[in-house]
Design a protein around this ligand. Structure first.
Ligand code: NI
Length: 253
């Protein structure tokens, strides 16, 4: 079985065939998906989608791109959404200093508030981080009882070591199928096998040989194959290993 631990099925690029595509996943080997929100609106719709498909779980949270859209009521609303039994995490949340779509001090404040929410609800978090490593490490270290997964991890071996020591999982996308992914390959080869997760981040980050097209969970085996090659295990073993790790991370039976 494959577990796609991060795919954005509320994206409008799935509007034309969402029901059909999602309905076809189990027959095509994809047994479980986590669909994270990235705004208040997509968090709400992620819960609706999880209600409609037994093998889709939701995460609720506001992405750093959208943190400036949060207001005084947002945390209360996220808390209410997170009470749904199919919500397995708070996410995706974090810091993005590459695009700076929201002011950095707003990103940090909203990230902290959502880390506090995760602590209060005893839920794992899904973290997005880009070009903000020092601030991210400072904030996550202030919440030692909150862990979860760094999605689309593309950090250094040194950052990986620190996060692993603090109990985090690291998740990898189709980016590891690209030629310039040498550092991620080093991280995967050296890290504990029981902390490796895989995801598509659909509709983004499509693996080779479909790079440039819309991504979906159907292309997760290409990510799993790269992990299998790096660890010297079979594709089936890589699928089973990463699915088990994902279930452990999110507390899914
Ligand atoms: Ni994402």
């Amino acid at each position: 079985m494959y577990f796609d631990t991060h795919a954005h099925y509320n994206d409008r690029r799935f509007d034309a065939d969402r029901q059909e595509l999602l309905g076809s996943l189990p027959a095509r080997g994809i047994s479980l998906v986590v669909n994270p929100g990235s705004s208040m609106d997509t968090s709400r719709r992620a819960v609706e989608l999880a209600d409609a498909f037994s093998y889709i779980c939701a995460a609720v949270g506001v992405h750093p791109h959208d943190s400036r859209t949060m207001d005084d009521k947002s945390i209360e609303t996220l808390e209410r959404l997170a009470a749904h039994p199919k919500v397995v995490a708070i996410g995706e949340i974090g810091l993005d200093y590459h695009y700076d779509h929201s002011p950095r001090e707003v990103q940090r404040a909203r990230f902290r508030e959502q880390m506090e929410l995760a602590r209060r609800l005893a839920l794992p978090v899904i973290i997005h981080e880009r070009e903000a490593t020092a601030d991210m490490l400072e904030i996550v270290s202030a919440y030692p009882d909150v862990t979860g997964v760094f999605h689309c991890f593309a950090g250094s071996v040194e950052t990986a070591k620190r996060l692993l020591a603090w109990g985090w999982y690291l998740s990898f996308t189709g980016v590891i199928t690209y030629k310039n992914a040498r550092v991620s390959h080093e991280v995967i080869s050296a890290m504990p096998r029981d902390r490796i997760m895989i995801e598509t981040d659909a509709p983004y980050l499509t693996p080779i040989p479909y790079r440039g097209q819309r991504n979906s969970s159907l292309y997760l085996p290409y990510v799993a194959q790269t992990v299998a090659d790096l660890l010297g295990i079979s594709l089936q073993e890589a699928a089973a290993l990463t699915a088990e790790n994902g279930k452990q991370c999110f507390g899914i039976e």
